[in-house]
Write a protein that binds this ligand. Structure first.
Ligand SMILES: [Zn+2]
Length: 308
């Protein structure tokens, strides 16, 4: 009996490196993840990627693998096959595609790369909340803010692979300097890190040990005004970025995922309110904002989607 083709998927983030084999319907097999030694030199991080590949290659299903897809924290450079994840300092211009292609089990297979925002968009377009949309913006709001674009029916990574990187557009003209070199970036206002930092600065006190955006969300859900204000400010920044994108490229479907989106109405209610103000032109009014459906597996499913 002929084998059903599978894709090998690897998702490289600042906290974990995950891998799986993915079938033609987006279902995962042999999923595993290992912690990213993000503060260690580049070769130590690569060793974890190879360990993930070793484990996948050790399964009988590996014989059916026809391509390897990699989603990586960015920025990425598709032309060179390199990655320079902000939160993995040991990798700058790191030749990830060549290093994965050099793994003995991968030799000869095509290797595809995308930034994590583009991978998430590819996943949601293939199997999630952007399915059926010819045009969509898909955002990941977590410790940072990433995004990817679907235009005219296809995911558009752009020449470098970073198209749609909404986290680093300026939404506050004279805002705070951003680590990227610009100022007033969306990420600096809307990320989980920003939500927690602002709430703490305004006098919010975490109920327990956890002082992250998740704890701010819990306080907001029971009416804490400082916590609510911090989410409102993040939602306002997101709305400005989403409305600008919709006006620019003429899209209607917006998918929001990532850890901060799990706050639910604490984020989505003010987001809808601010979008009413910012998305005002006739062709962007009433944007269809949906919650992402694929959760933490979006990176793996998206890496596989790149191989199709
Ligand atoms: Zn920036």
């Amino acid at each position: 009996m002929p084998l059903t083709p599978l894709f090998a998927a690897v998702d490289v983030g600042g906290t974990k490196i995950a891998g799986a084999l993915v079938d033609g319907a987006g279902r995962l097999r042999h999923r595993l993840q290992l912690p990213t030694p993000a503060r260690e030199p580049g070769p130590a991080v690569l060793a974890v990627v190879h360990k993930v590949l070793d484990q996948l290659a050790g399964t009988p299903d590996w014989a059916a693998v026809t391509a390897v897809g990699i989603g990586s924290a960015g920025p990425v450079d598709l032309a060179d096959g390199t990655v320079s994840p902000v939160n993995i300092p040991g990798w700058r211009g790191f030749p990830l595609v060549a290093e994965v292609a050099a793994h003995p089990a991968v030799a000869g297979l095509p290797v595809r790369l995308a930034g994590d925002g583009v991978a998430m968009a590819a996943a949601e377009h293939w199997q999630g909340a952007a399915r059926g949309a010819a045009n969509a913006l898909c955002l990941v709001v977590s410790t940072g803010v990433g995004a990817g674009l679907v235009l005219d029916g296809a995911v558009r990574p752009g020449p470098s692979g970073n198209a749609g990187h909404l986290g680093h557009i300026t939404v506050d003209l004279d805002g705070e300097p951003c680590p990227c070199g610009s100022r007033g970036c969306l990420e600096g206002l809307a990320s989980g890190t920003a939500i927690a930092r602002r709430a703490l600065a305004e006098g919010w006190r975490p109920p327990g040990e956890d002082a992250t955006a998740r704890a701010v969300a819990a306080s907001a859900a029971v009416g804490d005004p400082v916590a609510l204000a911090s989410f409102d400010r993040a939602a306002q920044a997101l709305a400005a970025g989403i409305a600008a994108t919709a006006a620019l490229v003429d899209l209607h479907r917006v998918v929001v995922g990532g850890g901060v989106a799990t706050a639910g109405e604490v984020l989505f209610a003010p987001l809808a309110r601010h979008l009413d103000r910012y998305a005002a032109l006739s062709y962007v009014r009433g944007l269809d904002v949906r919650r992402a459906e694929l959760g933490t597996d979006a990176g793996l499913i998206g890496a596989a989607a790149l191989c199709r």
